[in-house]
Design a protein around this ligand. Structure first.
Ligand code: FES
Length: 98
């Protein structure tokens, strides 16, 4: 079972392959903005995936288009609601707090 490490707190939670990062955070009561409820339409769940980027689902065109509208996007950027957890551990950095 992969482990999701959440920065800046350093909290670690068990994750399930195929679940979105957003769903995993919500299941573990870790606060993250998700204004559209995980539909990939708002960009508020923007995170950096700092470790394990190769294990998560590939960036799709719609997600990439949404990221293009946001400020502060970099190579590590993903939308937590669109990125699905793979087989290996990963580390993310939350960029906004509720
Ligand atoms: S929750 Fe709106 S884009 Fe992810």
């Amino acid at each position: 079972m992969p482990v999701l490490t959440v920065q800046p707190s350093g909290q670690q939670v068990d994750a399930a392959t195929g679940d979105s990062i957003l769903a995993t955070l919500k299941e573990n009561k870790i606060k993250i903005n998700n204004d559209c409820g995980g539909e990939g339409e708002c960009g508020s769940c923007h995170i950096f995936v700092t470790e394990g980027r190769k294990t998560i689902s590939k960036l799709q065109r719609e997600e990439n288009a949404m990221l293009d509208t946001l400020v502060g996007v970099g190579l590590k950027s993903r939308l937590a609601c669109q990125a699905e957890i793979g087989e290996e551990d990963l580390t993310i950095e939350l960029l906004s707090f509720i």
